[in-house]
Design a protein around this ligand. Structure first.
Ligand SMILES: Cc1cc2nc3c(=O)[nH]c(=O)nc-3n(C[C@H](O)[C@H](O)[C@H](O)COP(=O)(O)O)c2cc1C
Length: 156
């Protein structure tokens, strides 16, 4: 059985982390993309995102053609949007059944994680080794040893 990395990144932080780890973990990588891209205006997206999260809006995503039967571990990476996962990740979680998968979350944020981990746990009883990465602007402030530890756990 194989591992899959499934990630979403709006402003690039999460993608940066995935680019760092993907060479070190034997996994297929899938990017979640909204069907209709978000504006490039960050502040606009912060406000739109608040509305989407509050309404539990399942923003449509491009088909990622993942056959979950091939994977037993899903590394699920998302930025925090208004104290939870991004709406496109919500869509993915509703669309694909992760109940029987080991889910290893990577959660990038600015320091307000909120209930993101608990919300992911609603979709799988087997959520382990969450990697919480705090950014200050574009700078990663969490010690990178946490990433090394995560890679080690993923490869066990
Ligand atoms: C719409 C939106 C909402 C956000 N809400 C939060 C939040 O609730 N808590 C937090 O710590 N950071 C929040 N952030 C900051 C991002 O989680 C953080 O910058 C993250 O690393 C971005 O990842 P990305 O560059 O891969 O998109 C928010 C950012 C956006 C765009």
């Amino acid at each position: 059985m194989k591992k899959a990395i499934v990630y979403y990144s709006y402003s690039g932080h999460t993608k940066r982390i995935i680019d760092m780890i993907k060479e070190k973990i034997d996994a297929d990588v899938f990017e979640i993309k909204p069907k209709e891209p978000y504006s490039t205006n960050y502040d606009e997206v912060v406000y739109l995102g608040q509305d989407e999260v509050n309404r539990n809006y399942l923003r449509e995503i491009e088909d990622i053609n993942i056959n979950l039967d091939n994977y037993d571990t899903i590394i699920l990476a998302t930025p925090v949007w208004w104290y939870t996962f991004a709406p496109v990740v919500h869509t993915l979680l509703e669309k694909y059944d992760l109940k029987n998968k080991r889910v290893m979350p990577i959660i990038t944020n600015g320091g307000w994680l909120g209930h993101t981990v608990e919300d992911i746990k609603k979709y799988s009883p087997n959520v382990t080794n969450e990697l919480i990465l705090k950014f200050d602007g574009d700078k990663l402030v969490t010690d990178s040893s946490a990433i090394d530890k995560f890679i080690e756990e993923a490869n066990k």
